[in-house]
Design a protein around this ligand. Structure first.
Ligand SMILES: [Cu+2]
Length: 323
């Protein structure tokens, strides 16, 4: 049995407590799940009342479980938040057909464009609170288990392109690389101070791109609308002389609320997990192994910056491993 074998009802009830109502939240489905679970558990009314009181007590303190992709690195050089469209809040998007699922809800415009080349390693960085890069805090807290997806879209101008109009291809993904014990993509983030690295495809055409990093948290995904999508779009210019134009999808459009990787109870033994969205261009994602996933804790937390650069670094800046 998987390590996170929490009884459904109990877990979902806690999840309800962990999720104060915020913009984009599906109030109805959570209330419904909570009611359902209370019934299923047949809890004594005094215990139900206690949870009710706890939910008020935790209402504000536990909002920190949510998270935002905030920073970018290119070949180990910290670009900070210089080319990200920062979301206004760390709350998730839950509507898969909403334009908000492209680049988050009214994300802050940015004039910055980071520069990379085909074959470069780009790292996206997530944290719970705005501007907090501390490795002492989990990148995405609590029980927010689920996959990571990275998409790119070629656009004419990265600073003005509308994400929900763009044509996206998936570059890389990680879902559930092991089910014994469960190891989710989000655990890569928590093991690495919020960092997840992908490689720019070696053959894509030069020009402006949006890079869309996404976590899908599945802790309350067993009812429709329960999955939580956390995404940010970064503005990047890709150099080189590639010619490839991968086939694309629309976002919204790539997901359905009832996709097997979106409507799912993760508190059962999962032998497979189907990552939502299209197959990545070039890269292949790990299948669900029945042996434990090797640790992915490779980020040197001693070199983690405490401040967030807001200006695109000049070319030739040394990466932190050479500092
Ligand atoms: Cu959450």
């Amino acid at each position: 049995m998987a390590i996170k074998s929490i009884p459904d009802g109990f877990h979902d009830m806690w999840s309800f407590l962990l999720h104060p109502i915020s913009p984009g939240d599906s109030i109805f489905s959570r209330a419904e799940a909570s009611t359902q679970n209370l019934g299923a558990l047949s809890l004594p009314s005094s215990l139900v009342m206690m949870f009710g009181l706890l939910s008020f007590a935790c209402f504000i303190a536990l909002t920190s479980a949510h998270a935002t992709f905030q920073e970018l690195w290119i070949n180990g050089v910290d670009q900070g938040s210089s080319c990200v469209r920062l979301p206004l809040s760390n709350s998730p998007v839950t509507g898969v057909t909403s334009p908000d699922i492209a680049c988050n809800v009214n994300a802050t415009p940015s004039s910055g464009i980071c520069s990379a080349n085909p074959g470069d390693e780009i790292t996206v960085e997530m944290h719970q609170q705005p501007g907090d890069r501390s490795c002492a805090n989990e990148a995405i807290g609590g029980d927010h288990y689920g996959p990571i997806n990275v998409y790119m879209a070629k656009v004419s101008d990265a600073t003005t392109a509308v994400g929900s109009d763009a044509d996206w291809f998936k570059v890389q993904e990680i879902g559930l690389p092991s089910s014994s014990p469960d190891y989710w993509g989000t655990e890569v983030l928590n093991d690495n101070c919020g960092h997840y690295t992908f490689t720019v495809p070696s053959d894509i055409a030069p020009g402006d791109y949006l890079v869309r990093a996404e976590v899908i948290a599945l802790h309350v995904a067993s009812s429709v609308g329960g999955a939580q999508f956390y995404m940010s779009c970064y503005q990047v210019n890709i150099g080189g002389s590639g010619t490839a134009t991968p086939s694309t999808v629309k976002i919204p459009g790539a997901y359905s609320a009832e996709d097997p990787g979106i409507l799912i109870n993760i508190y059962t033994q999962l032998d497979t997990y189907q990552i939502p969205g299209p197959t990545p261009y070039v890269t292949t994602s790990p299948t669900v192994a029945t042996t434990s996933y090797p640790t992915t804790a490779t980020w040197n937390t001693a070199l983690q910056p405490t401040t967030v650069p807001t200006v695109v670094p000049t070319p030739g800046t040394k990466d932190i491993s050479q500092a």
